[in-house]
Design a protein around this ligand. Structure first.
Ligand SMILES: C[S@@+](CC[C@H](N)C(=O)[O-])C[C@H]1O[C@@H](n2cnc3c(N)ncnc32)[C@H](O)[C@@H]1O
Length: 485
């Protein structure tokens, strides 16, 4: 982000516009919505500007002089003369003034966003000059989405803020009352222009808020999917928007936090891949502590909370404290990774069951039902299995699995740095180390595109065990890009 968006207070400030033609007129129209004092300096001023009857506008029909910059909070060079624009810009910048050359971002030290105006709600959209057409498209979408009188809701809220503040002492009850007003009947009545209903509803909410006990908090365990921000559910998004406290896991993409309120308290509780019970207890304590304060606590988890997400421990700790807990499902890593590489996890007649298994073990050596997993036609996804891939292969081969059983590894699925690698069971561990795969990764066993009648996407690398000799140093070149394994 090169340009930082801020809202600049122009109340009673001087704004200089050099130029008297169309470009100046556009700026004047926009700036006339503010309470700034506007001054146009230009020898020739278009009739439209002269006739605009803007009380805050002074027109001086003469050439620009540097003393015009005295006291200016903003300067616009809006002439059709590039030399004059450059002179104004240089003089403005030399004085450290905020200076904009219309259509000349390289000479400007601020640029103008596209604006959606529902005063006092203002939406500013910028593309740093890269694609103004996109800004216009976004503006049009927001314009159509925000009712024309939307600003009146904010104006009324502003006018009533003090009364509500004085009547409801508890800050959490106050926030809930605002939510009830701004998302419910009060807002609708204002948008409908029905002042009497709006007033009645306000008094009702105020009285209810004044009587209310501080609310009981709650905890929502929400699955945030594999990383790609578009892969969270609408329900998870709604929870994020209303959360007072966010308790965030290591594998949750920070971009997802953009959905949350900026003033929500954020507590990072990153866990090592193998988990740690002491840390888990601390997380349970945090959830209970924050909910007991009356907060809406949202516990963000990678993928789905119920798939290797230690949700049970958190749910029972929260319930034991008498706090309500809700679970919002998310897209688990196996589903997301399979979709990303176009690999179905069941096939109508050929793959009738699909399992998810863990590659990590909290208590000693990993024990799974190896003979069952080694059965022909058995398909499964290993989570947290990068470090134990060799153990897996050894156990499965020992239990009778074919060495050629297809294996596909997807690292950082759905993220910009996603990698996928196809190989066979006998060489899976070597493929992982040779390719520098560290995880997070899902390892699919028993699935391939050929059996599904599909072709492998080009982005899936193929690790060809035939090309690697025993003891040979395994390098990236042993991964044959985009060829059949
Ligand atoms: C503690 S488990 C959490 C699983 C999560 N609850 C879910 O449903 O996806 C962490 C493991 O999930 C898998 N994982 C999570 N995100 C992933 C991603 N973007 N790509 C590949 N694997 C991922 C990896 O196997 C990682 O070691």
């Amino acid at each position: 982000m090169r340009y930082f968006p801020i809202f600049f207070d122009l109340d009673g400030r001087d704004v200089l516009i050099v130029g008297g033609g169309e470009k100046a007129l556009q700026k004047v129209r926009l700036l006339a919505k503010t309470s700034a004092r506007l001054k146009i300096v230009a020898p020739d001023v278009a009739e439209d500007i002269a006739n605009a009857s803007i009380p805050s506008l002074t027109i001086e029909r003469r050439d620009f002089t540097e003393s015009d910059l005295d006291g200016a909070a903003l300067v616009f060079a809006a002439t059709d003369d590039p030399d004059l624009d450059a002179r104004v810009a240089a003089a403005g910048r030399a004085r450290g003034l905020l200076t904009n050359v219309v259509d000349g971002p390289s000479q400007s030290n601020f640029i103008m966003p596209a604006i959606v105006d529902r005063d006092p709600i203002i939406v500013a959209i910028g593309t740093e000059g890269a694609a103004p057409i996109l800004a216009r498209e976004i503006k049009a979408k927001i314009e159509s989405w925000l009712p024309a009188h939307f600003g009146q809701v904010a104006q009324r809220a502003q006018a009533l803020r003090r009364r509500l503040q004085d009547s409801i002492a508890d800050p959490i009850v106050r926030r809930r009352t605002w939510e009830a007003l701004l998302q419910g009947r009060w807002r609708k009545a204002i948008l409908d222009g029905d002042a009497a209903v709006a007033d009645r509803e306000f008094e009702h909410q105020l009285a209810a808020g004044g009587r209310a006990e501080p609310p009981t908090g709650s905890v929502a365990l929400i699955g945030c999917g594999p990383g790609e921000p578009d892969l969270i559910t609408l329900k998870a998004q709604q929870h994020l928007q209303s959360a007072d406290v966010l308790v965030v896991d290591r594998l949750v993409n920070p971009a997802i936090l953009e959905y949350a309120r900026r003033d929500a308290i954020r507590i990072d509780v990153g866990k090592a891949p193998e988990g740690d019970s002491a840390l888990q207890e601390e997380i349970n304590r945090i959830l209970v502590r924050e909910a007991m304060k009356g907060h809406r606590v949202v516990r963000l988890k990678g993928g789905d909370a119920f798939v290797f997400g230690r949700a049970a421990e958190e749910m029972s700790a929260v319930r034991a404290a008498g706090v309500p807990v809700e679970v919002v499902p998310g897209i688990t890593a196996a589903n997301a990774c399979a979709a990303s590489i176009g690999l179905p996890v069941t096939l109508r007649t050929k793959v009738r069951q699909f399992a998810v298994v863990t590659g990590a073990s909290a208590d000693g050596p990993l024990e799974l039902d190896w003979p069952a997993l080694a059965q022909p036609g058995q398909a499964f996804a290993i989570y947290m299995g990068v470090r134990t891939a060799q153990h897996f292969a050894d156990k499965l081969l020992e239990a009778g699995a074919a060495p050629q059983t297809p294996v596909v590894i997807v690292e950082n699925g759905t993220l910009a740095n996603e990698r996928a690698l196809a190989t066979e069971l006998a060489s899976a561990a070597r493929a992982i180390s040779a390719s520098g795969i560290r995880g997070p990764a899902v390892i699919f066993v028993g699935l391939d595109w050929e059996t599904a009648g599909l072709s492998r996407p080009d982005k899936v690398e193929v690790y060809d065990p035939q090309r690697v000799g025993a003891g040979e140093t395994l390098q990236a070149e042993t991964v044959v890009l985009g060829q059949a394994g």
